[in-house]
Design a binder for this molecule. Structure first.
Ligand SMILES: [Zn+2]
Length: 346
């Protein structure tokens, strides 16, 4: 004898995973006629409704939700399928909050002003019970004015760290070009930066970008770069000498092309100067630095499509950091760990 099972309306709601809900939308006339055994089972020849579901036997496992319930399930499924936050690279809002909290506060939350651990939580905000200061997770960081949700911010940051081109980022995030360029600029601005001093063997060369000159040095065989940007396209020997004084250790082997600005440079800074004469098809001594300029131009064209002279210095800085510290760009979390810190502001 089949054992009777009693279904309460609450229990029915707890079982949305049953396949009976995944049939055709309930807008047709046969929706209560039991044409599809998986979807509908008639009860006593009557049209089943929400109350009928209470006295079902265990054999007739199908439950009869009201049509408004089935419609709401379908709507939920459809909405979820188009959400951009379903992407694997975007953690949940709660997980991102946990990451940021761990980066900024460590294990225990404390007041950014008086460092007290007597903190009360009000929704997404906090209040210090000692100095009564109110703060949120990001209110004392450079992200304090962020109007994006944490998941959207993470998605934009992921696009930037993985070099998704501007146009692709716009299409993915559905933000404006102005917003995306502004966010990428903010990410660039907060990159950590350490001045490198080049040693051993250094390759040095210059490149021209509209009204600017870029002098860049690379320590041969390593990822260490140093650069300087000059106004105008006529650099002089004094500029090359200044670059050496700032970024190149004395008594290194300096390798350049036959440019006039490097002639007798050892009289200005103690280096062993070696020269490649390009018109004689000599390129071996400066091949690494020549290659860097090619990669830089490709990076600007692919990711930013173009660059104004005003933005060039910060884009070159980003490029150099991507080359010398690629681990910073491995994931949004790595970037936030290096760039996010508490700034004591009220
Ligand atoms: Zn406090």
């Amino acid at each position: 004898m089949a054992r009777k099972r009693c279904f309460s309306p609450d229990k029915i709601k707890q079982k949305p995973q049953r396949k009976v809900f995944l049939g055709a939308p309930c807008d047709s006339a046969d929706r209560h006629e039991g044409a599809d055994d998986e979807r509908i089972l008639p009860v006593n020849g009557n049209i089943p409704n929400y109350r009928d579901a209470i006295n079902l036997s265990s054999r007739s496992a199908g439950v009869f939700p009201p049509c408004w319930y089935r419609c709401s399930i379908m709507k939920t499924i459809n909405t979820k399928s188009v959400s951009m936050y379903e992407l694997n690279q975007v953690p949940s809002e709660a997980q991102i909050t946990k990451y940021i909290r761990r980066i900024l506060f460590g294990k225990n939350l404390f007041c950014p002003i008086c460092k007290s651990r007597l903190i009360s939580k009000y929704g997404v905000r906090y209040r210090c019970r000692r100095c009564r200061h109110k703060f949120s997770l990001l209110s004392h960081t450079w992200l304090k004015d962020c109007k994006l949700s944490l998941q959207k911010l993470w998605l934009v940051l992921w696009c930037w760290t993985t070099q998704v081109p501007i146009r692709q980022t716009i299409a993915l995030t559905q933000l404006s070009e102005k917003a995306i360029r502004l966010w990428f600029e903010r990410f660039r601005t907060h990159l950590p930066w350490e001045n490198e001093v080049l040693e051993h063997i250094v390759q040095l060369d210059e490149a021209y970008f509209k009204q600017l000159t870029l002098i860049m040095g690379k320590q041969q065989g390593t990822r260490k770069l140093a650069y300087e940007i000059l106004c105008g396209t006529n650099p002089e020997k004094i500029h090359a000498a200044h670059f050496l004084q700032q970024y190149v250790k004395p008594r290194v082997k300096l390798r350049t092309d036959g440019g006039g600005i490097y002639k007798n440079i050892h009289e200005w800074w103690p280096v062993q100067h070696q020269v490649d004469i390009h018109r004689k098809f000599e390129f071996s001594l400066t091949s690494e630095i020549e290659g860097m300029f090619g990669v830089l131009r490709t990076f600007i064209r692919r990711m930013y499509h173009h660059s104004t002279p005003e933005k060039l210095p910060e884009i070159v800085r980003e490029f150099c950091l991507r080359f010398s510290s690629p681990e910073t760009f491995n994931s949004p979390l790595n970037y936030l760990q290096k760039s996010l810190s508490l700034v004591p502001t009220r």
